[in-house]
Design a protein around this ligand. Structure first.
Ligand code: PMP
Length: 358
């Protein structure tokens, strides 16, 4: 049976990427060796690392003379702390927009390192809307946002216009839609949604901002050290970088972000239309703030959950359960998700409605 993978992350990867990645495990580019048993200093791997870094900038339409892309380890959670170690101290204040669980976590980590000001928050309405960000104090060291709220399913359409350096956690929507990436001084994303597989983070830094980073921290935390060493300060997560490289190439072959965005919009329209139409379900996030990547929805009658889960199982729908902290359902429809899987999910929701209302 064909399984339709709606997992929020680690999540669906293009079949072409999976196929090439498996080949590389057994026999990497006909070397007779596995990719995961050769040195990361092998010229071909160094080339792959550099190509992947360049491809990331190319897809984001960022000038490689102005921005540096890095593949680092530790998950997006490490970037919560690393960015604060680099740009914040006990004498300075950073602004945080609290738009969801991950945004809240990023803020809490930074508060251990320096001073944090919560510029806006939607915590009081359970993150079902996006907070309005206004009057950003120019003295802030940086302003941190989370572009897509993976758990509650909200997504910023626009970003604040400010002279304060903008830092954005794009873990769950990078490469999914065309925005002006030049407005950010630092972008980071764990790979396990739109970039590749877990084990690596993409970090993109404006060079002028990088210069402001402190050098007075351990090397492993220092963006300057990682940039000087071109992401090879220590052994990179070779396989994860390779999967990212393949995925970035796949995105370029698919027509880059513009074409992926069109595809993502079509999928989101399909699933949200069904959530709104189907009398058994409702969407939780405010309509205008809905995410194109994670559609969060609930059953009107919680008692039907077991029945719907059974039907999903029978119909080959996997990973649809909502985050453990919020329950319900979440259709994660990242770049690699084909529209046919979303169509299938819609049909299953319709079938369920017929079963219940018969
Ligand atoms: N930020 C966002 C927006 C996320 O969705 C996640 C994970 N789902 C994280 C941060 C944390 O990433 P990691 O598990 O790689 O630390």
């Amino acid at each position: 049976m064909n399984i339709h993978n709606f997992s929020a992350g680690p999540s669906i990867l293009p079949p072409e990427v999976l196929e090439q990645a498996s080949k590389a495990i057994l026999n990497f580019e006909n070397t007779g060796l596995s990719l995961i048993e050769i040195s990361h200093r092998t010229p071909r791997f160094v080339e792959i690392m550099n190509e992947a870094r360049m491809l990331a900038l190319e897809l984001l339409k960022l000038n490689p003379n102005e921005y540096t892309a890095l593949f680092l380890q530790g998950g997006a959670s490490l970037e919560f702390a690393r960015l604060a170690y680099n740009f914040l101290d006990k004498e300075s204040i950073a602004g945080y927009v609290n738009s969801g669980t991950w945004a809240n976590n990023a803020q809490a980590e930074a508060a251990k390192i320096g001073n944090v000001l919560e510029v806006a928050s939607s915590k009081s309405n359970q993150y079902q809307t996006l907070p309005e960000v206004k009057n950003v104090d120019e003295k802030l060291k940086y302003l941190h946002l989370t572009s897509n709220n993976t758990i509650y399913g909200t997504q910023f359409k626009n970003f604040p216009e400010t002279n304060v350096p903008l830092i954005c956690d794009m873990s769950s929507d990078i490469f999914s839609r065309e925005i002006n990436f030049n407005q950010f001084d630092l972008i980071y994303a764990c790979a396990q949604k739109n970039v590749g597989t877990a084990g690596v983070n993409l970090v993109v830094i404006k060079n002028t901002f990088l210069q402001q980073a402190t050098a007075d921290i351990p090397n492993i935390l220092s963006y300057k050290v990682h940039a000087q060493k071109e992401s090879m300060y220590h052994t990179p997560a070779v396989f994860s970088v390779y999967v990212s490289y393949l995925t970035l190439k796949w995105m370029k072959d698919k027509g880059c972000i513009k074409s992926l965005e069109r595809h993502n919009l079509a999928k989101a329209t399909l699933i949200y239309s069904e959530i709104d139409r189907n009398s058994l379900f409702y969407g939780s996030a405010k309509t205008d703030d809905r995410s194109l990547m994670n559609a969060v929805f609930y059953l009107q009658d919680e008692n039907l959950e077991q029945k719907f889960d059974e039907l999903c199982n029978l119909e080959g729908i996997s990973g649809l359960k909502g985050h453990r902290t919020v329950g319900g359902y979440r259709a994660s429809i990242y770049n690699a998700m084909p529209i046919s899987s979303v169509q299938h999910l819609v049909q299953v929701m319709q079938k369920f409605e017929r079963m219940i209302l018969k």
